[in-house]
Design a protein around this ligand. Structure first.
Ligand code: FMN
Length: 178
């Protein structure tokens, strides 16, 4: 199963991007990841811009989503919601529909005690509106993420590593043909 992993953060040392790195490290057998790291190259969405010739980052994003069996998105929380850059990415694929029906694991990480739960909930709602198949059991919110990840960006707590692995197992199960 090929999963496209998207971080909602542009930060070099992003906790959410580190969590995606952990997904690659702890992935179950048969699950392969690729990252899409061109968030910063997407222009601001406007319906008038959604016309040929499309910006190269948009063409690439749509092709990568189309080719994936499932999605893993990890979002920061900005002002109790998801960052504008991630919302912008979703606006570029809402009408083109590459994500329709694909299973998705939604994660968030925050230094706070809530783990970005409000951004997580906003993102789940948006993806459901977009007919992306959010897998509830594959959800994860990493609280106190600054201390939860060590200098190598790895989860310190074995229970959290196990929860991450279980989330990926659920995503894999959701991607199996029924
Ligand atoms: C503009 C801004 C708004 C923020 N708002 C929230 C918030 O509402 N809730 C929260 O838990 N953290 C908030 N934070 C802190 C982020 O959770 C923290 O910077 C986190 O590390 C961002 O994710 P990243 O490490 O993946 O970039 C905010 C940070 C910024 C810069």
């Amino acid at each position: 199963m090929h999963i496209l992993a998207l971080s909602g953060s542009l930060r070099a040392q992003s906790l959410n991007s580190l969590l995606l790195q952990e997904a690659v490290r702890l992935a179950p057998p048969g699950m392969a990841f690729s990252r899409w790291e061109h968030l910063d190259e997407l222009p601001h969405f406007s319906p008038e811009r959604d016309a040929e010739p499309l910006p190269p980052a948009v063409v690439d994003l749509r092709a990568r989503i189309r080719a994936a069996d499932g999605l893993l998105i990890s979002t920061p929380e900005y002002i109790h919601s998801l960052p504008a850059v991630l919302k912008n990415l979703l606006e570029w694929v809402v009408s083109s529909g590459e994500g329709f029906g694909k299973p998705a694991a939604i994660w968030s990480a925050s230094p706070s005690l809530e783990g970005g739960a409000r951004a997580h909930a906003s993102l789940v709602h948006i993806l459901e509106v977009m007919s992306i198949r959010v897998v509830p059991e594959a959800s994860l919110s990493l609280t106190l993420a600054r201390s939860g990840l060590n200098e190598a960006g790895q989860l310190q707590n074995p229970a959290q590593a196990a929860a991450l692995r279980a989330a990926l197992d659920w995503l894999a199960a959701a991607g199996e043909p029924s």
